[in-house]
Design a protein. Structure first.
Length: 206
């Protein structure tokens, strides 16, 4: 088999990898492609991508680290990339952990006020939030009664439905197997409001 054929096969694998990532909403960087294929040099990955652009199979948005896209999409507004900052308990309280797990795309024009958390526990199944779902959260220090929020009680985070009764904060599960959390005054702070739930059909995508 000729070296040219081998390069062509590798380029086709790079194309399929990039296309799959784009279709899942997570455009890869050149460094990520270099790592995924074990290329010894950054320029090797970059060269494959640039050739795919020259062949018309990919396009590129100028000045963006995740700028490679499918043809025609370079003229569209790119999706905001939202960081997944670890896990949040939807059950008994657990210590808040911030550990960057990856990114998801969002329709918002800016990701500055958004973050994602992967859910543990099943106290919110009544509103369709299941274990291992990702909740997209808008950072805000307050919320209305009835909103689903991520709250910090002491140093422990949880996702619950906020209820405000007689000016007192209550955090209610959406599963009859769990009891409401009623923090002492000053013990609870709102990290943000849940605005969207994402569910992976295939584990390990992010």
């Amino acid at each position: 088999m000729s070296e040219r054929t081998k390069r062509g096969e590798t380029r086709e694998r790079v194309y399929r990898f990039v296309r799959e990532r784009l279709e899942s909403g997570l455009p890869p960087t050149v460094r990520e492609i270099q790592k995924a294929f074990g290329f010894g040099a950054f320029q090797t990955a970059h060269g494959h991508l640039e050739r795919l652009v020259a062949d018309g199979r990919l396009a590129k948005r100028a000045g963006e680290a995740r700028g490679y896209c499918l043809p025609g999409e370079q003229f569209e507004r790119p999706a905001a990339m939202v960081p997944i900052l670890g896990r949040v308990q939807a059950g008994a309280l657990s210590t808040a952990v911030e550990d960057l797990e990856g990114y998801v795309s969002a329709k918002s024009t800016s990701s500055e006020d958004l973050f994602g958390l992967r859910v543990r526990g099943d106290s919110m199944v009544g509103v369709g939030i299941l274990p291992d779902d990702i909740v997209l959260v808008r950072s805000q220090p307050t919320a209305d009664s009835g909103d689903i929020v991520v709250a910090l009680v002491g140093d422990e985070a949880t996702v619950k439905t906020l209820r405000i009764r007689r000016r007192r904060v209550e955090l209610h599960p959406e599963n009859p197997d769990f009891e409401p959390i009623i923090p002492a005054p000053g013990e609870c702070s709102i990290l943000g409001k849940v605005i969207e739930v994402r569910r992976e059909l295939e584990a390990g995508r992010f």
